[in-house]
Design a protein around this ligand. Structure first.
Ligand SMILES: C[S@@+](CC[C@H](N)C(=O)[O-])C[C@H]1O[C@@H](n2cnc3c(N)ncnc32)[C@H](O)[C@@H]1O
Length: 293
């Protein structure tokens, strides 16, 4: 039977994103299992290991309604839990989360996976700070990693992405917040979030790319410059992809846009590879998954 709950209430994009991640982690560990590398999974916005899905059901008029009782909440696996279940497994799992309550939930994953207890590192931190520091201090000679960047909105900053690319040893899946960035790119130039956008894109060039200046005559015949927003979601996504291309060995051409139940674009999923040697195969796998799922 068709799952209308997921279709109508926006569950399916979360499932798609996690399915792509899960399949990639399996392929990654399979491909590298006979190589002498320590394989690390890094979940920078780890959540709790599970996610709650409110369920809806038909009422007697045939409309959907949300059930308020606890039983109506379905617990599904989140990225951290799926990573722990990946076979072949990673040698190390790093779960970063800023929220203390979620950290407490993540700790329970150790009990669920006693065989991996010593391989799990759970860190309460800001993801940007931790990742930059970790990328600088890890010995990348014999380490390879997959990083999942799954923020709520615009938390991922460009210096973090740069630190990741610089290692040349990390494959990264990043959910870029299209809708939130589109809001920061205000129509009214006085309301544009310049600093925030600079932190996200790591450059000020976005302004020229997303805004045009038109010269018009005012009612007194004087020329005035007017700044007009000239971008759509495609253009925003293309700009970010091109930014990734400036620092990674490979970036998947194919990406996936996730929409909410009102069919507004929320996030765009990008894949980038640090290691030049491994890039072609990694990108082939990632694009296959993006196309298929
Ligand atoms: C979209 S959720 C992640 C969901 C998770 N990937 C899953 O599949 O279950 C984003 C998470 O990032 C956490 N978060 C928000 N800002 C953060 C930051 N600056 N550093 C680390 N974690 C942060 C939130 O508490 C939230 O749990």
């Amino acid at each position: 039977m068709e799952d209308y709950t997921k279709q109508l209430f926006g569950g399916s994009w979360t499932e798609q994103k996690l399915e792509i991640l899960k399949k990639y982690l399996e392929a990654y560990n399979t491909a590298l299992k006979n190589q002498p590398f320590k394989r690390v999974y890094i979940d920078a916005f780890a959540g709790t290991g599970y996610r709650q899905q409110r369920q809806q059901q038909y009422n007697i008029q045939g409309f959907f309604e949300e059930l308020e009782e606890d039983e109506s909440k379905k617990f599904l696996k989140g990225s951290a839990k799926l990573a722990l279940e990946t076979s072949p497994s990673f040698h190390k799992y790093i779960f970063i989360e800023s929220n203390k309550n979620k950290i407490n939930e993540l700790e329970k994953l150790r009990t669920e996976h006693p065989e991996k207890e010593r391989q799990i590192e759970i860190i309460q931190s800001d993801a940007n700070e931790f990742i930059k520091n970790y990328c600088n201090k890890e010995n990348w000679t014999n380490t390879r990693a997959v990083l999942f960047l799954d923020p709520f909105a615009t938390e991922v900053e460009w210096p973090t992405i740069e630190a990741v690319a610089k290692t040349q040893c990390i494959d990264v899946w990043v959910l870029f917040p299209l809708m939130a960035v589109n809001r920061l790119l205000a129509k009214d130039p006085g309301k544009i979030s310049y600093n925030r956008l600079n932190r996200i894109f790591g450059t000020e060039d976005w302004f020229e790319y997303f805004y045009k200046t038109r010269t018009l005559d005012d009612i007194f015949g004087q020329s005035v410059d007017i700044i007009i927003k000239a971008c759509d979601f495609d253009r925003i996504g293309d700009f970010y992809k091109n930014r990734l291309r400036t620092i990674f060995s490979g970036v998947a051409e194919k990406t996936k846009v996730f929409y909410n139940s009102r069919e507004s674009a929320l996030f765009q999923l990008f894949f980038a590879v640090g290691n030049a040697k491994g890039a072609p195969i990694a990108i082939r796998i990632a694009e296959h998954l993006i196309r298929k799922i």
